[in-house]
Design a protein around this ligand. Structure first.
Ligand SMILES: NC(=O)c1ccc[n+]([C@@H]2O[C@H](COP(=O)([O-])OP(=O)(O)OC[C@H]3O[C@@H](n4cnc5c(N)ncnc54)[C@H](O)[C@@H]3O)[C@@H](O)[C@H]2O)c1
Ligand SMILES: CC(C)[C@H](C(=O)O)[C@@H](O)C(=O)O
Ligand SMILES: [Mg+2]
Length: 368
């Protein structure tokens, strides 16, 4: 199969983790006889430095003509620490989502048995956690009218039935294929937009009689996610609550560096780790590449390359199981970003990690 893949490495650790994702795609192409062609494009602070624009037209064009695209991360401290900056890297990502109509951001949360000891939560709370967040991505407070006078500012939050309905259908369908439970997270006791969400989603539940709908206020949900994360199956929520809740959820499994995502709409789709540009780790070969590699697995699912996606996930499982992990998942110094990628690539190419597994176990006893 021939596919065109856009590649937007972005800033900070973005290029390093994306390089590992591309190595994995190359390994899949070689093992399964596919041809992936890559078109690289600038986004974020890297694009501002070069063109003055966080999302150059050419980048948008690359994404539009791709079958799917891989995104690293954007963001740079020089903008984070300057509230008056008019042009910001994040605008590139937001415009990309909006222009391409990527309205649903899907963020799976998994607790891996081999990492239970790395979770800040007790093992019995974490073992078996497996849920997925459906975060609305092109509406709400992120995209409402914004304004500023000298001492006052506002960000409007607006939602329509249509915006709620299209992602809610995806979330209900996902629940039908999973444990048949949907939790809507909102703040309907205070916000008018949340009442609209609750009204619409509750009405839609009648079309999905096999799915149990639970509605939860976001403050309670933030607590429940730590106290009893196993209760969740599919979580549906608006843009900003989804951003916050999914970062919170990422620690359940042991690290932010594990959570992948897919952003889908009606045309092309974008695949990216949920984490940011982690500037402190730039060029140090310490960032965890697994969130990006699992985003590659989601990209393969999207291209209907299901066996290939399974192969990637199995290779990731093997790396976790063998302690072939970066420092965020290690009690010692951990392995480099590229070494973790190499292990996953070799596992895919060999079909199994052959003799190298034994060497890794020996290495582990000295490092962890
Ligand atoms: N989608 C995106 O591109 C995206 C997402 C979030 C933040 N950002 C941007 O990134 C910059 C930094 O933001 P931040 O520090 O709040 O969030 P961040 O996600 O970059 O990092 C937060 C913390 O998560 C951990 N972490 C993140 N990625 C990791 C990885 N691959 N491996 C191991 N640990 C990892 C680190 O402990 C890090 O200190 C900002 O400019 C922000 O706007 C971009
Ligand atoms: C960088 C920022 C605009 C982005 C968001 O808030 O959506 C990020 O936090 C994410 O989760 O992808
Ligand atoms: Mg975020």
């Amino acid at each position: 199969m021939k596919k065109k893949i856009g590649v937007l490495p972005g800033d900070g650790i973005g290029p390093e983790v994306v390089a590992e994702g591309i190595k994995v795609l190359d390994a899949i192409a070689s093992r399964f006889g596919h041809k992936f062609t890559y078109e690289y494009a600038l986004v974020g602070a890297a694009a501002i430095d070069e063109t003055g624009n966080p999302l150059p037209d050419e980048t948008l064009a690359v994404c539009k003509r791709s079958d799917a695209f891989l995104f690293g991360a954007i963001g740079h401290p020089k903008y984070d620490n300057d509230p008056s900056a008019k042009v910001r890297p994040e605008q590139g990502l937001l415009k990309l989502r909006k222009e391409l109509g990527l309205f649903a951001n899907i963020r799976p949360v998994t607790a891996y048995d081999s990492l239970l000891h790395m979770s800040p939560l007790k093992v019995d709370r974490v073992m078996g956690v497996d849920f997925v967040v459906y975060r609305e991505l092109t509406g709400g407070i992120y995209f409402g009218e914004k304004g500023r006078t000298e001492d006052t500012a506002y960000d409007h939050c607006t939602y329509s039935y249509a915006e709620i309905e299209r992602i809610a259908h995806l979330a209900f369908k996902a629940a039908q294929n999973r444990k048949k439970k949907l939790t809507l997270i909102d703040k309907a006791n205070v916000l008018e937009t949340s009442r609209l969400w609750r009204e619409k989603v509750t009405a839609m539940a009648k079309e999905y009689p096999d799915v149990t709908l639970d509605c939860m206020f976001v403050d309670n949900a933030a607590m429940q996610m730590i106290q009893n994360p196993k209760q969740f199956d599919v979580v549906l929520t608006e843009n900003m609550f989804g951003d916050i809740i999914s970062d919170e959820a990422s620690v359940i499994g042991g690290s932010m560096g594990l959570l992948p995502s897919a952003s889908v709409g009606n045309k092309t789709a974008m695949f990216e780790p949920i984490h940011g540009s982690y500037p402190q780790a730039t060029d140090q070969n310490i960032a965890n590449p697994i969130a990006t590699i699992l985003s590659v697995a989601m990209l393969l699912d999207h291209l209907n390359l299901i066996d290939e996606a399974i192969e990637v996930r199995q290779a990731v499982n093997a790396s976790l199981h063998n302690g072939m992990v970066t420092q965020d998942l290690s009690k010692g110094q951990g392995f480099g970003t590229d070494r973790v990628g190499d292990f996953i690539v070799n596992h895919i190419l060999d079909g199994e990690a052959s003799g190298s597994q034994n060497n890794i176990q020996v290495g582990l006893s000295t490092i962890i």
